[in-house]
Design a protein around this ligand. Sequence first.
Ligand SMILES: [Mg+2]
Length: 194
Amino acid sequence: MSETIRVLFLDRDGTINEDTGSYIAENHQLKIIPGAAEAMALARAAGFRIVVVTNQAGIARGIATVEQVEEVNRYLNELLSAHEAAYDSCYYCPSHPLYPHPEYDRYKDCRKPATGMVDRAIADFRSGGYEVDRSASFFVGDKMVDVECGMAASLRPILVRTGHNEEEVCREHGIVPEFIADDLYQAVTSHILA
Ligand SMILES: [Mg+2]
């Protein structure tokens, strides 16, 4: 008998940490958005598992290495842990359709808006004896691809106005998230846990 869990899927850059406008390859470039760690701590305390889902095509483009991305992800969790806000797991997609790479092209189905990373996270939870209730789980991100990924994965999509703030882009494309929040803190406190 498996246990049913709710998951808060989070984009990384522009949602948890400031989007610097280029790929984050070094720990010192990582700056957590005000309130983001507090929001994650509240969600955890309410029973949500937290999974980070991030496109990191800088790897296929040769701008960042796998080691750098994994180190930044590890450091991010170190910072979050100090706020009782650690994530449970983090999935990153190294590939990019415009930058073919023999080693990373097999991961093409993972690049958001595709749902490969979400599906893998859910399969990994299942292997551990946990069944994810998609209809009670959320996907929060700052870009239209995050909203599209959440929708395609049958999660509840939320757009945040931090980072790239693609509210206008979503509107132009008729992509309608369930909720639009100023930031992750408002998404969690005014909607997810409200
Ligand atoms: Mg983002």
